[in-house]
Design a protein around this ligand. Structure first.
Ligand code: PLP
Length: 394
């Protein structure tokens, strides 16, 4: 059996064609494919606007800037996530406060967040970064009510969940990142994610003013205004007569080069067309894992079959996780661990976080292992993975 990774991109001939076409276009970056990808993605997710950027981490950084995170502010997030979800706060000088996870869903626990908020004077916290971990959607309707009560913003890290959703109190499907509850949401197009661009990220948003600010922040904070109305320097300074000259532009706040190329967006657009197909396949794989492992007593917990789950990952919890991990590797199956709790990374320990602070997250970390999950995983390969997992505990 050839190597089976935990996640893998799927590149078709159509994808290749799209990339080659983009390579022959006059614009390799800042061209029309970026707008097309943004429009297509916003439509898919159900948000008003989308801003494509260099990667998911850049998307998070820009969101933290857009929410005006600064030194002295406290932001709540989950310890079971990729470090980037937390790091964006540090880029802006803010402080992370971790809230424990729900041991059943593996998502940030509502009651832990509520407790933090209730036990501190109002104004102590500025925002929540909610992560649709593994592809399972956070119930943001519930979190929005809590956030409103304490005047908090919400950034939704939906890197694992394009196409995922939760069902709201009225029975409506609420797509991850659709802008109905979170102020901003972000996605990643790293190859192991649902849509692969090589590197790439997206911010989805409903607020027009913030959307425009993000466009500027993506390119150094530079504004190009055909009307000239928002320029701060005078026409005379700019070198014009009666109106601003055509070359003129202004850098009005500190931004970054977080642009994505047209080549990457052409690939993303082509992949977006197959996004639903991929989700169907991921859900079939999850169902098979679930139905098989449900009967096994070595399984202590698993992702399960959950409506709206986008299954970036399929996780099982077991005893002797190291033994299973090594056994699978011996058979060319490269399972992975998601994640080492963020609060116990040496970088975050320096702020006082220690073992025992997040019992559910730490217990989860001792047992979790992510099994291969990607649309091109064949039935034969999945059967092989299942066989080898079971074999270890026989
Ligand atoms: C939950 C989560 N947030 C953020 C990121 C960062 O995305 P990127 O790798 O595109 O910078 C990732 C990527 O691995 C992720 O899994």
């Amino acid at each position: 059996m050839k190597a089976i990774p935990y996640g893998r991109q799927h590149i078709t001939q159509e994808d290749e064609k799209a990339v080659i076409e983009a390579l022959h276009h006059p614009y390799l970056t800042q061209g029309p494919k970026i707008d097309e990808f943004e429009e297509g993605f916003a439509k898919y997710i159900g948000s008003k606007y989308a801003v494509a950027v260099a990667n998911g981490t850049a998307a998070l950084h820009l969101c933290a800037i857009a929410m005006n995170v600064e030194k002295g502010q406290k932001i709540i997030t989950t310890p079971i996530t990729f470090a980037a979800s937390a790091n964006c706060v540090r880029y802006c000088g803010g402080e992370l406060v971790f809230a424990d996870i729900d041991p059943k869903t593996y998502l940030i626990d509502y009651n832990s967040v509520r407790k933090l908020l209730e036990e501190a004077p109002k104004g102590t916290y500025s925002g929540i970064i909610a992560v649709d971990f593994a592809g399972r959607a956070v119930d943001l309707e519930k979190f929005r009510k809590l956030a409103d009560k304490y005047d908090l913003w919400i950034i939704e890290d939906a890197c694992h969940a394009p196409g995922g959703y939760f069902v709201d109190n009225e029975g409506n499907k609420q797509n991850c990142g659709n802008g109905n509850f979170a102020d901003l949401a972000i996605f990643s197009f790293h190859p192991v994610k649902h849509i692969a661009c090589g590197e790439g990220g997206m911010i989805t948003i409903d607020n027009k003013d913030l959307y425009e600010r993000l466009l500027h922040l993506r390119t150094h904070g530079i504004i190009k205004d055909n009307t000239g109305e928002t320029y701060q320097n005078s026409i005379e300074f700019a070198g014009g007569k009666g109106e601003y000259p055509l070359w003129y532009m202004e850098m009005q706040e500190l931004g970054y080069n977080y642009r994505i190329t047209d080549i990457q967006c052409a690939l993303g657009l082509s992949q977006l067309k197959r996004a639903d197909e991929g989700l169907i396949k991921r859900r079939q794989i999850a169902e098979k894992y679930f139905n098989t492992f449900e009967k096994e007593n070595f399984i202590k917990g698993q992702s399960g079959v959950v409506e709206g789950h986008a299954y970036h990952l399929y996780i099982i919890e077991v005893e002797d996780r190291l033994g299973l991990y090594n056994h699978l590797r011996q058979h060319n199956i490269y399972a992975q661990i998601h994640y080492i709790p963020c609060h116990l990374m040496p970088y975050y320990r320096q702020f006082g976080w220690k073992e025992g602070d997040m019992p559910n997250a730490e217990n989860y970390y001792k047992h979790c292992i992510s099994l291969p999950m990607y649309p091109t995983l064949t039935e034969e390969e999945q059967d092989f993975v299942i066989e080898k997992v079971k074999q270890y505990y026989e």
